[in-house]
Design a protein around this ligand. Structure first.
Ligand SMILES: Nc1ncnc2c1ncn2[C@@H]1O[C@H](COP(=O)(O)OP(=O)(O)OP(=O)(O)O)[C@@H](O)[C@H]1O
Length: 342
């Protein structure tokens, strides 16, 4: 059974549609990132799941039980959902121990202590239980907020941009640490972010938002390699878009020559479209008679980023060939792969 099921969910603010018929399912233990630019409705969906935002149509279920639908509205505190916010939302006048145990009900004193010890160990804060939030670093405060959400043993954890206040240098490490904790406990989670890099590190699946709709959702690798829309392709990383004409179900003609696809192309012969080539999918070969010329080079350590002009097109290429220089003639190749054409 899915942990979370979102079926045809609509929501509005004063008649303005914010969520426009969303569908999404999440299996037990999966982490999904709601990804998209500012204002596209990610937080509104998170709030709707938490019971903090009404929906006007559709159904939200957890473990098969309806929480929001035409005739059901379960209050937030009865949903079994934990939330972690960007600003941690710790109680400043409570110690770490009291913050962590705040939502834990129905345990005796010994059980409460055992739950606290377990959580402190899980988030590596043993020994700090009597400190107050202002006596902790940002990362430690974030770990307290995780421990507080997990101490309550939620069926589902909701995280709203939880890493945006964490120093970039420790952010990746922190994301992996929290991801490991969730995986260790088999906790399902929905994570809001506008950063594809955070989504790739933290989530198993992505749901890409555009103006209140989910344009595509699935495994991160699947969306990156097979975006079904140029918006998805652009959001998930740099790419070159070259005009191509389909020659056959396995071949196209392009400004850098004839390219082979290793999967069938779903367009008819003579179809003219735009081919997506990620910078690492293009290879360079130095050639004095080459049809392309290097116009810019940026050294990045193990690879170089080149901008290469061919006809009127300028392509971004990431290459392990480090010695090419601006002005040099080259040829470009794209080894056979499943071509993505829009
Ligand atoms: N309380 C409110 N009243 C009216 N409109 C609102 C309210 N909260 C959000 N909105 C509008 O709903 C839309 C979606 O907002 P939401 O916060 O869900 O976006 P988001 O994708 O989470 O953005 P961000 O990444 O900036 O947090 C925006 O156009 C916003 O202006």
């Amino acid at each position: 059974m899915s942990t979370l099921t979102i079926e045809n969910v609509f929501s509005d603010y004063q008649g303005q549609v914010i969520l426009n018929g969303l569908n999404l399912t999440l299996q037990q233990g999966e982490i999904v990132a709601l990804l998209g630019p500012s204002g596209c409705g990610k937080t509104t969906l998170l709030r709707a799941i938490a019971g903090l935002q009404p929906i006007s149509q559709g159904t939200i279920k957890i473990n098969g039980d309806a929480l929001s639908s035409d005739n059901v509205f379960i209050p937030s505190e009865q949903r079994g959902v934990g939330m972690i916010f960007q600003d941690y939302a710790l109680f400043p006048h409570l110690t770490v121990a009291d913050n962590i145990l705040f939502g834990v009900k129905g345990l005796n004193k010994i059980e409460r202590q055992a739950r606290l010890d377990e959580m402190l160990e899980l988030v590596k804060l043993a020994g700090l239980s009597q400190r107050y939030p202002h006596e902790l670093s940002g990362g430690q405060q974030q770990r307290v907020s995780i421990a507080r959400a997990l101490a309550y043993q939620p069926q589902l954890l909701l995280l709203d941009e939880p890493f945006s206040n964490i120093d970039a240098q420790v952010r990746n490490e922190m994301m992996l640490e929290i991801r490991n904790i969730l995986k260790q406990r088999n906790v399902s989670a929905v994570f809001v972010t506008h950063s594809k890099d955070e989504a790739f590190v933290f989530a198993d699946k992505l749901a890409l938002f555009k103006e209140g709709s989910i344009i595509q959702h699935g495994l991160a690798e699947e969306l990156y390699a097979h975006p079904n829309d140029r918006y998805v392709a652009e959001f998930l990383g740099a790419g070159n878009y070259l005009p191509v004409t389909v020659n056959s179900c396995m071949e196209v003609s392009s400004p850098i020559g004839v390219l082979q696809s290793s999967a069938s192309i779903n367009y008819p012969v003579d179809y003219q479209g735009q081919l997506l080539l990620r910078p690492q999918q293009v290879e360079l070969v130095a050639d004095e008679q080459g049809l392309a010329v290097i116009v810019e080079r940026r050294f990045l350590g193990t690879v170089c980023h080149y901008w290469v002009k061919v006809e009127e097109h300028c392509l971004e290429v990431r290459s392990q060939l480090l010695q090419l220089s601006p002005g040099q003639k080259v040829n470009l190749f794209a080894p056979a792969h499943p071509l993505v054409i829009f």
